[in-house]
Design a protein around this ligand. Structure first.
Ligand code: GLN
Length: 281
């Protein structure tokens, strides 16, 4: 079979299962099996696919049909232009989260005094590593409670940030020391009901990275409540969450004394990030 035929067969099977990224997924999986880039894949459309690669492709398409995210199958996901190592047990980086990185960078570009950044619930480390990679003058720290995250983070820290990011294994602020100019986080924020629904559908990402309790805000409330103790005066707190959670988060941040609270939209135009500043005007 040619590359084109294999690609089409894979994407056909995935679209029958209503996977809306069928063609993209099929091409990423085939690139992985052939160990080539996507540019090279499209240049090789008329070539034959070797038997070994074909067998592997068939197996991975089956796994994709069984809800394994492509990033778990290929072991990698591009985020902010960087190839992050990904394994089962951590949340796959999502394009929406690039908004957090962009927002932090726009703050640090405007105010060069903002140097110390903490990425809490870092997972793969995609936020922390992208920040350090874009501005090496930042002192970036990261934390997560998950042992898998610690391992995956350290791989990405070594390969994409020269091991320059300091990691603390911590349940939210429990083991965090010192204060920061910016705390940025993509914590678990689905409701327990939504998380359970995904698990029943066969979702493979860990509930630990998704489940934010009854209304999805359990961890976020703790973060907003404790962040002032870990922020320098005038420091920023940035949190990714669901658009429907922004209003409650705003109220919560106001009651903790945050000012200049702003809600920012992601690429599809949804409220995705809330940002506030510590201290009086
Ligand atoms: N945005 C993610 C999703 O809907 C949830 C990520 C999170 O809880 N931090 O899959």
């Amino acid at each position: 079979m040619t590359v084109r035929e294999v690609l089409n067969e894979g994407s056909g099977r995935l679209s029958e299962a209503a996977i809306d990224t069928a063609r993209l997924d099929s091409s990423l999986i085939l690139c992985h099996c052939l160990n080539i880039t996507r540019e090279k894949l499209f240049a090789s459309l008329p070539d034959d696919v070797p038997d070994e690669a074909l067998k592997m492709f068939g197996k991975l398409i089956e796994m994709r049909l069984d809800h394994h995210p492509v990033a778990y199958l290929t072991g990698t996901k591009e985020f902010f232009g960087l190839p992050f190592h990904v394994e089962e047990g951590v949340l796959c980086p999502r394009p929406d989260t690039e908004l957090l990185v962009e927002t932090v960078l726009s703050l640090t570009e405007k105010d060069k005094a903002l140097k110390d950044v903490l990425d809490m619930c870092t997972g793969t480390g995609c936020i922390a590593v992208s920040l350090k990679n874009s501005d090496s003058s930042l002192n970036v720290s990261a934390s997560d409670i998950s042992p898998v995250a610690e391992k995956v983070f350290s791989i990405n820290n070594c390969t994409l940030a020269d091991g320059s990011i300091n990691f603390t294994k911590s349940s939210l602020f429990e083991k965090i020391e010192g204060t920061f100019d910016i705390i940025v986080t993509n914590p678990p924020y689905l409701t327990t009901g939504e998380t359970e629904e995904r698990m029943e559908e066969g979702w493979k990402e860990p509930a630990l990275a998704l489940d934010g309790g009854n209304d999805g805000l359990d961890l976020i409330r703790i973060i907003i409540g404790e962040a002032p103790d870990y922020l320098n005066e005038g420091g920023y707190l940035l949190i990714e969450a669901h658009p429907a959670q922004m209003e409650s988060m705003k109220v919560c941040m106001e009651s903790e004394g945050f000012r200049d609270i702003a809600v920012l939209k992601d690429l599809p135009g949804l409220d995705r990030v809330i940002c506030g500043r510590k201290g009086p005007v």
